[in-house]
Design a binder for this molecule. Structure first.
Ligand SMILES: Nc1ncnc2c1ncn2[C@@H]1O[C@H](COP(=O)(O)OP(=O)(O)OP(=O)(O)O)[C@@H](O)[C@H]1O
Length: 580
């Protein structure tokens, strides 16, 4: 929580002004009962109307000033707290952007979203409250005791019983509430995860008619969250009447003892009334102080979650001693092994191969054999565990990340489409000429379907690409990969969403355009890769063979099994004309 103070630095003067206003208002609050007792004792009791008007006017003036100070303090503290919230969100967003996939996996998307929104909102709320209360409450408490002692030391003794009692009640609440707040935030995480899955997976849920199942899952998480919130609210609901009772008994006690002293002529009515007001101020101050602790404990859970993210160093950083090679596109894996962070078994073992410009390298293998992982490692989404990956003879860990990644055109297994126009989806914020855009859109056969749309390439795509087909998404994704004309292309099962004919047509045109580049194609479909210059056969994270289609078919058992599971022996040996 202390780390949050660093964020107040940018708003130092506004924060100081808030505190100054609050201190002024606290002194006004402490001064008013004193004026009131004077009106009673010197004005009402003696019938001095002039004095009543004089002091009453003073009271009105100070009340007005106090209210103005409090309104201004609310405004300044709101400015500071929203500013702190904005800065925190910005830092979180920047940090999350710097994360490698390993850190993304560690926190989970849903939790990163709740931390950036809900947790920051908690901090914002507490900063807003703290700036006004953290000085006001102790000033009122201590000032109240001094003023009450000044009016009647004997009556003030009542506080010796009520203050420890109030603090005791709050201590118990604090002890029970803090662990609940931690649970509450975790449950909000869980709920946002379910909502996210529900929204993004709506098609699968409908197709399997699992609406009821999802509804139950949501309701369970929702009820769970509600129950925890209810427990906290019940605790609060129980504690406030308890404090009220203590407060009322205190007032009764003061009136009881005060009346006796007035009877004996030792105390004036006005002073007793002032003591009652001071004691109430002290009690309210204690309630505020305790609330600050409770809210702080909730905010400290949020602060912990926020700083967990902010203090996580991305595992993939730009190298210190950088080498920037002239990119030609030679990729070389030398005895590469890789274990995903947190996993026990390596997913890739001893992988060695070379992919060169002007050649197509294909990777084939069963599901989960590690094909996508190889591509992830080329883009340095993760650091390898053993061995080395070189680009043009330089270890990729020595190459600046932007140099490495901008020399690669990547079309992922599941295309990601953003809610903007087709053209912007292809450009993707890069400086691309209209000519290059049209060329890429033509090569990837985007123009073919875009030209039938009302606004061609400027047609808006709905969020998640729901108004276009899977194959069309894939074509946009291919156009995005090739439009900047890099030296290396990674196609991760990119052609599987296309029908055989479109696959063949796009590939023929595409590969012709990319004939000087390094192309790596991951595919499940044999027909897609059988004409590659080299085919890497992967099984359980190990290379079982590298070669051309014909030689692998003859000599490699694993490859033969994959091929014959998809096409007939005759087609396999005859070489399917997949360009048909
Ligand atoms: N982020 C991750 N954390 C931990 N393990 C992972 C992660 N991503 C993939 N794996 C595991 O690594 C293995 C290889 O996954 P990979 O995605 O590379 O396979 P693949 O050959 O591309 O499969 P497919 O053809 O189904 O896409 C799988 O067993 C998978 O469970």
């Amino acid at each position: 929580m202390i780390k949050i103070f660093a964020y107040l630095k940018n708003y130092k003067w506004l924060a100081i002004l808030t505190i100054a206003l609050v201190v002024f208002e606290s002194f006004v609050t402490l001064y008013l009962p004193d004026l009131m007792s004077k009106i009673v004792d010197r004005g009402i009791v003696t019938g001095n109307v002039k004095y009543i008007w004089q002091v009453g006017g003073k009271m009105l003036l100070f009340s007005g000033l106090g209210i103005a100070a409090m309104i201004l303090a609310s405004y300044t503290s709101a400015t500071v707290s929203t500013g702190v919230g904005k800065d925190l969100r910005e830092d979180l967003f920047r940090k999350v952007q710097s994360f490698s996939l390993a850190e993304m996996d560690k926190f989970s998307t849903a939790s990163l979203i709740t931390r950036t929104t809900n947790d920051v909102a908690q901090i914002q709320q507490v900063v807003f409250m703290m700036l006004r209360m953290v000085i006001r409450a102790p000033t009122l408490a201590i000032g109240g005791v001094v003023m009450a002692l000044n009016k009647s030391p004997s009556l003030t003794k009542v506080l010796l019983i009520t203050v420890p009692l109030t603090l005791g009640v709050f201590y118990v609440i604090y002890k029970i509430a803090v662990p609940m707040f931690q649970k509450l935030q975790e449950k909000i995480d869980k709920l946002s995860l379910i909502i996210r899955e529900r929204v993004t997976g709506v098609r699968v849920i409908r197709a399997f008619d699992r609406d009821e199942y999802e509804k139950e899952r949501f309701e369970k998480a929702n009820v769970d969250l509600t129950n925890t919130s209810l427990k906290i609210n019940r605790l609060m609901a129980f504690s406030f009447p308890l404090i009220n009772i203590i407060m009322n008994f205190t007032i009764v006690a003061i009136i009881w003892f005060g009346a006796k002293q007035i009877d004996l002529g030792k105390l004036q009515v006005g002073s007793m009334m002032a003591v009652i007001q001071y004691v109430m101020q002290i009690m309210f101050a204690l309630i505020f102080i305790s609330s600050i602790f409770i809210f702080m404990s909730r905010a400290s859970v949020s602060a912990k979650r926020i700083f967990e993210v902010l203090e996580t160093e991305p595992s993939i950083l730009d190298p210190k001693d950088q080498i920037v090679p002239e990119i030609k596109g030679v990729i070389e894996f030398e005895n590469v092994s890789f274990t995903y962070p947190g996993a026990r078994e390596p997913v890739l073992k001893n992988i060695s191969f070379k992919a060169e410009p002007g050649k197509i390298t294909a990777i084939i293998g069963s599901t989960g054999s590690g094909k996508t992982t190889i591509l992830n490692l080329i883009m340095r989404f993760y650091n390898i565990t053993e061995g080395s990956i070189k680009l043009d003879g330089v270890d990729i860990r020595k190459i600046p990340l932007n140099v490495l990644r901008s020399s690669i055109g990547y079309a992922p297994q599941r295309p990601i489409i953003f809610a903007t126009t087709i053209a912007e989806n292809i450009r993707f914020g890069r400086n691309i000429t209209d000519e290059d855009l049209l060329e890429a859109a033509d090569t990837a056969k985007v123009l073919e379907f875009a030209s039938k749309m009302p606004e061609g390439l400027n047609t808006e795509i709905a969020q998640g690409g729901t108004n276009i087909s899977g194959g069309q998404k894939q074509r946009i994704s291919i156009a995005r990969a090739i439009v900047s004309k890099p030296k290396i292309y990674l196609f991760d099962d990119t052609f599987s969403a296309l029908d055989f004919k479109t696959d063949a047509r796009i590939r023929r045109k595409l590969l012709n355009k990319l004939k000087d580049a390094t192309v790596i194609i991951v595919a499940q479909r044999v027909a897609t890769i059988m004409h590659a210059d080299q085919i890497i056969v992967l099984k359980d994270g190990e290379i079982k063979g590298i070669g051309k289609h014909e030689e692998l078919l003859k000599h490699n058992q694993v490859y033969r099994e994959i091929v014959l599971s998809q096409i007939s022996e005759e087609e396999a040996f005859g070489g399917v004309n997949n360009d048909a």
